[in-house]
Each structure stands twice: as structure tokens, then as C-alpha cells.
Design a binder for this molecule. Sequence first.
Ligand code: NOJ
Length: 540
Amino acid sequence: MSGHEPDETWWKTRSVYQIYPRSFRDANGDGMGDLAGITQGLSAIKALGAGIVWMSPIFRSPMVDNGYDMSGYREIDPLFGTMADFEALLAEAKRLDLKIVLDIALNHTSIDHPWFQAALADPSGPYRDYYIWRDEPNNWQSIFGGPAWSKADGDDAFYLHLFDKTQADLNWENPEVREEIYGAMRFWLDKGVSGFRLDVVTVISKPPGLPDAPDPRPMPLYDMLAGGPRLHEWLRDMRREVFDPYDCVAIGEGPGLNPERAAAVVNPADPMLHLIYHFDFVDHTGARHGKDWDRVWFKSVFDRWDKGIGPNGWNSCVVGNHDLRRLIARFGDPKADPDLVAKALAATYVLQRATPFIYQGDELGLGDTTITSVHELDDVWAKTTYRLALSKGNSEAEALAKAVAMTRDHARTPYPWTPEGGFGTGTPWLKPTPNRGGVDLASQQADEHSVWAFYRALLELRAKDTETWVFGAYEDLLPEHESLFAYRRGAYGLVCVNLGGQTCALPETITALLAERTCILTSGDVTPTHMGPWSTQVCA
Ligand code: NOJ
């Protein structure tokens, strides 16, 4: 290590596990995951070795976007339980030494939120200015498809919604809005949560005058909006007024980020957020639409972010989450053994110089689900995609194929606790992913060679040798190689992964490094000179 003193801040050394509350565990048998179910399931997360639990939104919501459309910032949605259930969850997390991070949508509210309803009821009243209105829309397109502007029934003006038309963008220029959100965050911090994941926080500051975008399509629009003129000012305020008085972590979701923008936001010399995660893997359309994917590019993303943020701030590593098709479906190979693929991918991101985020089910190697009818879709984005495809003249089958190719439902199916399912006694709200055999927690906990056991071993390494696996310098040793991913961590750490379906001869530089080290963890066929398809070795 290069004279760097490890800073043992818990949000660097602990790993994050993301829960999708609707799908984690259903304790009351109504088919919907709930807080009591999460409380029961926390010990499994502890056993895996994660130390921070991020829960997708649990707040009051009409659930058009499954909670990312909030209608109450200080209330638990009854679907998930009560405040008492939440307090019990916090107590159990404390007992297990797990930190709870809540997910808050602060760019927009549901149009059911009392603020929006008051804004409609009294256009000259104080709540009108909580949202963004125009007589004539600009050319911005909603991320989910269609115009980013709608009119409420009986109202004269258009309101802005970067997402669904039921998710109205808040006017952050209004100091009362900022105070409301800051107050809500303090409310949960006072209850004992350890921080927040701030939904699409990069786009809260809109350009003055809301000019037309040069390219109004969603992703270029994100790029334009993520550089908002007052973003830094508000993040600094938030840090000072909300986060600094508590021992907590603020994690930004960062659409439209590049390393330069991100580094500014997590620079300890100018405190704003503690962590922010980028969209390079999210935006990768090749993988999203099931085409083969470029390994050299995949590796370059890790390198670019390590170099971009590494020297000052601290990186985070989100490769799979509730907005994407399953990790092994996006960056895998349908012809390969899915368990090997899952382990290989785990070794690419869990041991980066970053806080890794593990999305529920990825630690079991869960794959995409099967969707055969439009009625099986829940995701509002997928349903919009389907509708828009029909309106453009596609057949029902074509429209369904488009929706199935992108739907976030793949990652939102009930968590498989046992070979039979074990999610709960009721009929689950979303059809479970067909089990290819052995993709459930109970089976994998009983099998020392399972994907789960592999993840646990990686997390244990990270927790035990922080100098190497958390803080050790990162170096990609074969950036141009078309299937091998070999990287160093600190003085001793070495990870080699074959991301391809063919056996690969190891370059001499790598065999020499391997010869000086002891293998701690392997998967697939590895010899001192060759690595079999999708094999992995972790050495130190
Ligand atoms: C990002 C969230 O991860 C996603 O699920 C949501 O639909 C949008 N933000 C809008 O809140």
C-alpha cells in the first residue's frame, strides 16, 4: 500500500445488500413482501456477510412505480406494515449490527401526494410552487417514454414529470420544498436509520428557463440535467443540515454522471454525498437487449471509475439492481453454466476498490424470468413501452417482445427462500422466476460450492483483510484481453476471471504472479497455466 492510511469508515468497509421490499419476504400471507418479512430475513443477510441493507422505498405510495411515487414522506405504506413494524425491523438490524439505508425519491412525488393535490385545488396557493408548471411544454421526453409534460384533468397548465405522468417533479428552487425533504430525512435519521439512497438525485436542479434539449431522448436528457446549476449548492446544504449531525451515509443514484461530475460530488474536501453510483452498466444497451457484450469495455468501466474517483473520493459498485434485467442475463452467456457465470461476475465487482452493492437474488445466481403475456407485466415502464410500441404499429407479439426485453420485472420476482419458493403462504404479487434447480437460499446455504457460498467467501475476504481488498490500490493487468479479467489489489491481492466460454491460456505475467501467491478461492477449471470457461481464482 502506497503510504495510504486506511480510513475505516463503515460505509467503505461494509458491503451493501439491496432489498426490494415487495419481493423479499411475505410474513402475513397476502402475497406481498412486508417489513415483518424483512425483519425475519435480516439474519440471512448477516449470514451472507453484508453490513448495510438498502431497502427500496417503503413509504406511502399508490405504487404505480412501486414506491418511487411517494405520497407521504413520513409514513410507512400499509402494504408493508406499520411504524411499529419498522421500529421492530430497526431493533433487529441493530441486534445483528446491520445498518439500514432507506431509499427516498426526492426529485418527484406521486400526484396523489397532498402537496400536489393542494397545488391543483388552489393554483394561487403556496403548494403550486412545489411543482414545475408551464403553459407550453418544452421538448423533453419522459424517461419511461412519451412527453415529460402532462395536464391534470381540469387544470390549465402542464406539469413536468421526468418519469411516469403520476410522478410530478418537485420544484427544488422553492426553499420550502427543500426544507420539507430535509425534515423528512431527519425524521427517519432520528428513528435510527443509517442513511439514504437518494433516487435520481443528479437531476433535481433543472436548467433555468427549462430550455429545449438538443437531444430530448431520455439518456441524453439525463446527461444534460445531471449538470444542473444548483446541484452542488443543494447537496452541500443537505450534507450540512441533514447528514453531518448523524453517523450516516448519503448514497446518490447518478444518472447522467461521468467520473468528473461524480468525483466532484464525493470529494471529501468539499462535502456533499458520501457515495454515488454511475449508470455505465445501466445504460449498456447491448447487454440489455440480450446481444453479446464487450468484455474489454466491461473492464474499462471499472478502471475508468477507479481512476476517476479513486484518488480522492470513494467509489461504489452497482452492477445489478431492481431497474435492470438480471445480472447473469445481461453480462453472462446463455450457453454457459449459470452458476459459474454468477460466481465469475461476483468476483469482478465485489472485490473492487469500492463499496459493492449486491442486489437481492444475484447472490443466488437468479436469472431472468419468463413472461408470456402482457397481463404478467407489473413494471410501469414496461407497460408504457408496450403501449407505445402498439401505437407505433407493432403487433401485440412484437410489442410484448419489446417489453419483455427491457422490463424491470425480471429483477423483481419473489425471493426464493426454499426449493418450493418459501416467499410466503399467499399467491405472490408477481409470478416467481422458474427455478432451474438449486436457485434458492436453503439449498445454497447447505452447499459449500454454491453461488451463495462464493459470495459469502468474497464478502468475508473483504471484511477480514481491508488493507488489501477494500483499500488496496487497483490495477487492471490485462485491459486489452478479450476474455480474461485479471486485476491486482494492493501488494498481494490478485483476481483472475475468465469471462468467456473458451479455455484460456494465461499470459506469463499472470502465471508468474500466481506462482508467488496462494489461491484462496476458485470456481470452475483452473490450472497454473489455464483457466476454463467462466472460471475464477482469487489469490493473495
Ligand atoms: C430510479 C429508480 O431506481 C427507479 O426504480 C425509479 O423508477 C426511478 N428512479 C424513478 O423514481
